[in-house]
Ligand binder design. Sequence first.
Ligand code: SF4
Length: 290
Amino acid sequence: MIATIDPPGAAPPFTTGLKPWAQTLPQHISPTAAKSYLSCSLRFWFERVACIRKPTTPALHLGKAVHAALQAFHLARWRGGDDSVEAVSVAYEAAFLRLEREEGPVNFDDAAEREKCRLDGLRVVAAYLDSPEAMHEKPRAVEVLLKEEIPGLSVPLTGAMDLVEGNFTPVDFKSAAAKPDPDNAAFDHEIQLVSYQLLLEAIGETPPSLDLVFLVKTKTPQVIRVKSPSADVHRKQRVTALLETAVEGIASGRHHPQPAMHCSWCQYRRECKAWLPGMTVADIHQPKAA
Ligand code: SF4
């Protein structure tokens, strides 16, 4: 299905200003992959092309387990199932163990850190269920995966929305260590939020806003909604161009270090130091003799 992103009667669909890409294309692009590529194309290569696995960080592990618990809650709301605190807590505990088993190891320092992580997650889940942000109506959709063709984009756009509310507002949940600044949060997640709007418009729906709900792991957990107005043509054109830039870079195999603040927490610094143009996966494991 092709998205209609201009108002009725407006000029033909925009172009990004980028030339159509004729080389080998990825099968699709997601906002997560595009953001990862644009942030550091070499880290993207280590993660998604060379598939070099690293231990999961505690923060990521907690975020995934919390996400699974919220998914269980929203699915129960949707299906009319058990959405009690007890049932959601059971879902959280099961996800915490399953993710350790299937996607671990998690690089906890020791058992005490693991226990703190587990309890922090339980606390933020409970805070969400007790907050005004907890979904009390029946959601429109939960964990909906869309794949649509978008004008200006060489490959289909894919995206998995955590929650779509009854009025077609997409909601994405984020675990955070500190209270977010609303403007920064909306800007940081612009590619993801506007991509969701493009996907919803592609199936004929218009979201009234694009929302993030932050679950903040402070001593007393906080639940903060950041609302972003739905995107105008300029924002949609900008995000489509960013997505297409990632598609072109991935298709052309353009991967290089992009040093910045994010290097402080990058798990691929050893591999990054070994990088030279044309590096292969074998080079990473067997550095050439000088
Ligand atoms: S250390 Fe920095 S430049 Fe190197 S791969 Fe990681 S994020 Fe990219």
